[in-house]
Each structure stands twice: as structure tokens, then as C-alpha cells.
Design a protein around this ligand. Structure first.
Ligand SMILES: N[C@@H](CCC(=O)NCCCC(=O)O)C(=O)O
Length: 246
């Protein structure tokens, strides 16, 4: 019997039909299944204890921190809220900040995407720009107008740093990626490695420098039709291989 590696996918707290809900959009789950993994949504429980969290992650072969329209609370990186920062998810914040160190402790393969990338940076003591478009010299990284296929199409170049985890997965020095984010890395967290940069110098991918396993987080959305983009495909193949050997 072919047992698929079990990959936890962090949920977002939303309201559905007037009811509090835990939610993951289909494209994250579908991409993981398409690469031979078994995704399982992880609710973000208020007040989850560290031992409960440790025991939960011990049952997994991988962990994915997804994107979200909400933002990490600015208080978590010592900043004042800026006017553009209007959507929070405090339960998701608490879960992500709890799970990152536990995943590293267990050498659990970790893939962060967009908000998940920002969460990894904050978990390592880094900070975020809350409106990158207002930062001098930075591009506007928010999604373009249009249908989803237009919004998730590659829009800017990406320079992959040589010698890193991403370069080990994907041999080309540059490519183009999609961009659907208003926030971005300001101060890089202690112990994180820059894996890729946007043309304006914004950090677009990071890894945990001394982690022996797969710990990669990217600002763009590789879960969007990954098999049609060589870099996205390489990321999911690398993550799937790491989960399969965990
Ligand atoms: N809110 C943050 C992170 C952006 C992000 O994760 N967008 C996801 C869009 C929906 C999806 O594809 O899951 C920011 O604005 O920087």
C-alpha cells in the first residue's frame, strides 16, 4: 500500500456563513497531493499548549505555512500598525510562532509561502515592511488587477543566490515569479539565509542557515500551477522528497 507522507498545513481563522471556521484554500492542498503528499489541515486552536503542539508535529512528515490575506500582528516585531495593515489573524500568528521552533527541533521539513515566509522571518526576530510600495526604492509587489490566472502569473525577475538551498534545488541563476503581497522583509531574522532577491533588493526567499533539513520559505506562490513553472516544480519536488525521508 502506497502511504503518502502526511503534511500539516496551517489553517487561517475565517468566518464562513456567520460561523468561526478554520480554512485552507484548495490550491495549497492540491499542489501537495499532486506531488505525492497527503495534506492535512491543522486548525489553529487558541491556547494550544507547547506539549500538545510538539506531539501534533511529531505525527507529521512535513509542515506548510501558507499564504493569507491577513498579516502578522506588527506588535510581534515591535512595530506600530500602519494604515494599510488592516487584517489580522491572531490565532494563526500564535500557532505559527509556536510551530516554527518545534518543527526545527524535530527537523520536520518546513515550507513557508508568502505569509508563511513572513512568519518564519518574524519567528527568527526579523521585522516586516507593512506597505512595501511606500518604501523608497522598492517596487509595488501587490497583485495586479485581473482574473486569478493574471494575478498569479510571473511578474518580476528573481535572482537566486548561489550556494544556497534554493540554488541546490534549481540550477538557473534567475527566473520570474508571481507577486501578491503588500508586506515584505525589513530586518532579516537572526540565523536566516537569503536565498533569493527581487530586482529592487527585497528578500524573496529564505532558509534556516544551520537547519540540517528542508527549511525554505518564499514570498511568491509556487503552489499556483507548480508543474508549469520549473522553479515552483523544483521546490515541491524537493519538499516532497524531504517529507518522504523524514
Ligand atoms: N498578507 C501578507 C501576505 C500575502 C499573502 O500571503 N497573500 C496570499 C493571497 C491569497 C493566497 O494565495 O493564499 C501580505 O500582504 O504581504
Amino acid at each position: 500500500m502506497n502511504i503518502r507522507p502526511l503534511v500539516g498545513v496551517i489553517a487561517c481563522r475565517r468566518e464562513v456563513e456567520g460561523h468561526p471556521a478554520h480554512m485552507v484554500t484548495d490550491k495549497y492542498l492540491r499542489a501537495l497531493r499532486d506531488y505525492g503528499l497527503e495534506p492535512i489541515m491543522l486548525p489553529v486552536w487558541q491556547g494550544q499548549g507547547q506539549e500538545d503542539a510538539r506531539a501534533l508535529l511529531a505525527r507529521l512528515d512535513g509542515l506548510v505555512l501558507t499564504g493569507s490575506y491577513t498579516n502578522v500582528l506588527p506588535e510581534r516585531y515591535g512595530a506600530e500598525r500602519e494604515p494599510e495593515n488592516t487584517r489580522d489573524d491572531v490565532d494563526r500568528d500564535a500557532a505559527a510562532m509556536s510551530w516554527v521552533p518545534l518543527a526545527l527541533e524535530q527537523q520536520l521539513p518546513l515550507l513557508g509561502i508568502c505569509r508563511g515566509f513572513q512568519e518564519l522571518n518574524v519567528a527568527f526576530g526579523g521585522s516586516l515592511h507593512q506597505a512595501v510600495q511606500r518604501v523608497p526604492g522598492r517596487l509595488d509587489h501587490r497583485e495586479p488587477e485581473g482574473e486569478k490566472a493574471e494575478q498569479y502569473a510571473p511578474v518580476h525577475d528573481l535572482e537566486i543566490q548561489p550556494g544556497g538551498r534554493l540554488a541546490a534545488l534549481y540550477p538557473e541563476a534567475s527566473t520570474r515569479v508571481n507577486s501578491l503581497h503588500q508586506q515584505g522583509v525589513d530586518r532579516l531574522g537572526e540565523g536566516l539565509r537569503v536565498e533569493a532577491l527581487a530586482p529592487d533588493g527585497l528578500v524573496e526567499a529564505i532558509s534556516v542557515a544551520d537547519a540540517p533539513g528542508f527549511t525554505l520559505a518564499v514570498q511568491w506562490h509556487p503552489e499556483w500551477e507548480p508543474q508549469s513553472h520549473p522553479l515552483y516544480d523544483a521546490i515541491f519536488k524537493g519538499f516532497a522528497a524531504a517529507c518522504a525521508t523524514h
